[in-house]
Design a protein around this ligand. Structure first.
Ligand code: PEP
Ligand code: MG
Length: 889
């Protein structure tokens, strides 16, 4: 295998091997853009190193060969005393992990070559400043020296000279500082700072490999669900300098606004600085547009390159660049992160520009982003006290108690508090605080600062660069321009869409996207409507593409109507047990506990008209669309009085010598029916078979309701669904009785009802014998909640709170199997059952109504295995429609 690729050898599709940065540097090189020459060490080399603790044997020679070629091309040698080649060594994984891994700049400088650099650049101060940066960065990241020691020494040097910024230190000061830094390295690391440039490079490469497994990096990967076994590539790139004077500088840019999608000039520029200064938000940048005044030639070239990149990648790109004495260099590009709203807008903008087609547009957005856009926002009518305003870095409306450090954020959120993390600026050490917080507020840094980039990646609300707010982290307080002081624990609200910061809790209102789905908002001109327009168009693309139909889990007319507005094509699951809560619970209780035939029949007689009315309303709301009604499936204990409570009542009555015959009788019955594992007990079809008349009553109610709707010229399309079937015999018995009742109602009303009868597949045995079950079923609906519970043997009510955290942490699964379908286990049963069912009955209708029906990843799976529809809660319908469209394109 080959472990090293020159930038001229790779391309953008090799991200697995070269990492995102390396692949895109290669792509830009091949596009003829000005990229400083260099090479990339592959993720494969990193994996070998991480697995074995040693670099692959061939790596050293390959690096030597590529370095020699680089030196040849540049006409100078790494660390050469009179004319040194300097390189940067940068990490670069497949997925961007901002600031999580290591980078070392200025490799090749030594006591000797620093003189050569000074001569070469004609700038002694610059050379010594570069050298002290190398020792500092190398000391910290490669040799593990505490970074503060260097910072403190730098501060001391400034103090001694009575200056405040490091640019005021001259060559002599920096020379002294280098001596000091070398001493720090010697004391702390127990070795001299290496003078051999090749040794510097090799150690830096190893340090970058190691940084893959740093704590920060691991936490970030868990949060972002990035696999831990990918490894990072390492980019060795010849240095260009943005700190060679006022005609030099460094910046970041977006080809369009990552918050709104609008085209224009977006980015930040920092004159006379090195790249890391911008990302860290240490010095204040100027808007990119000002570069036009500073250096028109470079500005024009940059604009041209951005257009080339956008046309080439056919997407928003972000860019890091450096200008060295008027010469523009591209240091990085990638398809840029963006907010959810911008993703929708950009996708439609690119379609309008003719750069991508509808199918590709669907790949540019996700169901998760759509879900994010459906969150509520702050009520603009609310009376609020605005504290100030920063940059709208990541949208959303967040309310919480002010905290000023990550530790407190984590501690308070663990005890159930909602917190807003307030910092002057964030750095990678703040990561767990950012995860714990509802939102993040900083007083410094732009749209490309650490806080902004990381928050956008996490989908977390963020306002950054609110410079008018004075943040004092030591005293844990924030002071607004008007003099209002926010102390730790005070409530504040931040709006990541407008950048506004408010005192106290601001009430929230529904999002415009939800208003649109509800039919209360239509396309128009202002900012919210532009988003609605984009969502409207993307949904139309998805609806045109998708093969899966989308139904709703809904039990009443109100939910059914909402589901219809959201695009539901029917009801996939009406849980009739939800109709028996409240007042009617007692009727069911009486039915279950009935001792005599008459008692039972009385309660059934009372239930029938109530049920019928429920169904008439539902059929009316879903007129013309299928409505799957599931017969009663209660875990029995949900319908009976609590055994402990009842025992207490009986004991009390006994002690007070009050009459308690009824309670006693109830208690005895409850004891008789008490189950250790109610979820595996008398529920579903079992209940229907054991309690005579129950299912008969429900089928009659469905049939009579359908007949009534027909008589009213409606178009009811009822489907009767039997839950928790394990064997075809159960279904046959229920079916025979149901057919009889339906025929009776048809006879009595003269209506032709055409009621389909089918079953849920939610037990492994049902899945395994699906071929037989299909003999008696006109449709299957996979109940993946129970199927997951029974296939894994996980109690669905208990495990997520008990040991799933440990399982997730150990990486046994990346996400709960109750949330996303377990393709290999539960999924393979679904697939096999679907095939077996269709083999028996080719026109068998197949759907899913477990929670997975509204989960983006699971929707793709159900599409792949050829189901006809997914059914999910009304609010998830738009997400399911979108993902079904994405799956089909
Ligand atoms: C299921 O088990 O997936 C299902 C939809 O039924 P319930 O959640 O009501 O048990
Ligand atoms: Mg179930």
């Amino acid at each position: 295998v080959k472990f090293v690729y020159d930038f001229t050898e790779g391309n953008k599709d090799l991200k697995d091997l070269l990492g995102g940065k390396g692949a895109n540097l290669a792509e830009m090189t091949n596009l003829g853009l000005p990229v400083p020459p260099g090479f990339t060490i592959t993720t494969e080399a990193c994996k070998v190193y991480l697995d074995s603790g040693e670099e692959p044997a061939a790596l050293r020679d390959e690096v030597s060969a590529h370095l020699a070629a680089l030196e040849e091309g540049m006409g100078k040698k790494l660390g050469q005393a009179d004319n040194p080649l300097l390189v940067s060594v940068r990490s670069g994984a497949k997925f961007s992990m901002p600031g999580m891994m290591d980078t070392v700049l200025n490799i090749g400088l030594s006591d000797k070559s620093v003189q050569g650099l000074a001569k070469q650049a004609g700038d002694e101060r610059f050379a010594w400043d570069s050298y002290r940066r190398l020792i500092q960065m190398f000391g910290k990241t490669v040799l593990g020296v505490e970074g503060d020691l260097f910072e403190d020494a730098l501060d001391a040097a400034k103090k001694a000279k009575k200056v405040t910024v490091d640019t005021e230190l001259d060559a002599a000061d920096l020379k002294k500082l280098v001596t000091k830094f070398k001493k720090i390295v010697k004391t702390e690391a127990g070795r001299d700072f290496p003078q051999d440039p090749r040794e510097q490079m090799d150690l830096a490469i190893k340090a970058v490999f190691d940084s893959w497994n740093g704590e920060r990096a691991k936490l970030y990967r868990r949060q972002e669900r990035i696999p831990h076994d990918l490894g990072t590539a390492v980019n060795v790139c010849s240095m260009v300098f943005g700190n060679l004077g006022p005609d030099s500088g460094t910046g970041v840019a977006f080809t369009r606004d990552p918050a709104s999608g609008h085209q224009g000039v977006y980015g930040d520029y920092l004159q006379n600085a090195q790249g890391e200064d911008v990302v860290a938000g240490i010095r204040n940048t100027v808007p990119l547009a000002e570069l036009e005044q500073i250096d028109k030639k470079s500005y024009d070239r940059l604009m041209q390159i951005m257009e080339t990149l956008e046309n080439h990648y056919k997407d928003l790109c972000d860019i890091e660049f450096t200008i060295e004495r008027g010469q523009l260099w591209m240091l990085q590009t990638r398809v840029g992160k963006r907010t959810a709203g911008a993703a929708f807008r950009i996708a439609t903008q690119l379609v309008d520009q003719g750069l991508i087609d509808e199918a590709e547009a669907l790949q540019r957005v996700t169901g998760a982003q759509l879900a994010q856009l459906m969150f509520p926002r702050f009520d603009e009518q609310a009376k609020v006290e605005q504290l100030g305003r920063g940059i709208a870095a990541s949208p959303g409306a967040a309310v919480g108690k002010a905290v000023f450090d990550s530790y407190t954020a984590v501690k308070w959120s663990r005890s159930g508090e909602k917190v807003i993390l307030i910092r002057r600026e964030t750095n990678p050490d703040d990561l767990d605080g950012m995860i714990a917080a509802e939102g993040i507020l900083t007083s410094r840094g732009g749209k490309t600062s650490h806080a902004a980039v990381v928050a956008r990646g996490m989908g977390k609300t963020c306002v950054c660069g609110a410079e008018e707010l004075e943040v004092d982290t030591k005293r844990r307080r924030l002071t607004a321009p008007g003099g209002v002081v926010v102390e730790e624990g005070d409530l504040i609200s931040i709006d990541g869409s407008s950048g506004k910061v408010y005192l106290d809790e601001v009430p929230v209102v529904p999002s415009p996207v939800v208003e649109y789905f509800e039919g209360r908002m239509h396309a128009g001109a202002d900012d919210a409507d532009e988003l609605v327009e984009a969502v409207h168009r993307i949904m139309a693309f998805a609806d045109r593409k998708r093969r899966l139909r989308v139904r709703a889990n809904a039990d009443n007319a109100e939910d059914a109507l909402r589901a219809r507005r959201f695009g539901a094509q029917g009801i996939g699951l009406c849980r009739t047990e939800h109709m028996f809560l409240g007042d009617r619970r007692e009727l069911v209780e009486r039915l279950i506990l009935a001792d005599t035939e008459t008692e039972r029949e009385d309660s059934l007689k009372e239930l029938l008209p109530l049920q019928k009315k429920d169904f008439v309303e539902l059929f009316e709301a879903m007129d013309g669309l299928p409505v799957t009604i599931r017969l009663l499936d209660p875990p029995l204990h949900e319908f009976l009085p609590d055994i402990t409570e009842l025992s207490v009542r009986v004991a009390l009555a006994e002690a007070r010598q009050e009459p308690h015959e009824n309670e006693l009788r109830l208690l005895q019955a409850v004891h008789r029916l008490h189950e250790q594992n109610p979820m595996l007990g008398l529920r579903g079809v079992r209940l229907g078979l054991v309690i005579p008349g129950l299912f008969t009553m429900q089928v009659r109610a469905i049939a009579e309701a359908a007949a009534e709707r027909k008589a009213a010229k409606g178009d009811p399309r009822a489907e009767i669904m039997i839950p928790l079937v394990g064997t075809v015999q159960e279904l046959e018995i229920v079916r025979e009785e149901a057919d009889r009742v339906i025929a009776e109602v048809e006879e009595a009303t003269g209506a032709r009802l055409k009621l389909a009868i089918g079953t849920m597949i939610e037990l492994p045995r049902a899945a395994l014998t699906a071929g037989q079950i299909a003999e008696a079923a006109e449709f299957f609906s996979f109940g993946t909640n129970d199927l997951t519970q029974t296939v894994w043997g996980f109690s669905r009510d208990d495990v997520e709170a008990s040991f799933f955290t440990a399982y997730l942490e150990k990486g046994i699964f990346g996400v709960s199997p109750f949330e996303t379908i377990d393709r290999d286990g539960v999924g393979s049963l679904v697939k096999a059952a679907a095939q077996a069912g269709r083999a028996t009955r080719p026109d068998l209708k197949l759907g899913v109504c477990g929670e997975h029906g509204g989960d983006p990843e699971s929707v793709h799976f159900f599409h792949e295995v050829g189901l006809d529809y997914v059914s999910c809660s009304p609010f998830r319908i738009p997400v399911a429609r979108l993902e079904a469209g994405r799956a089909a394109s």
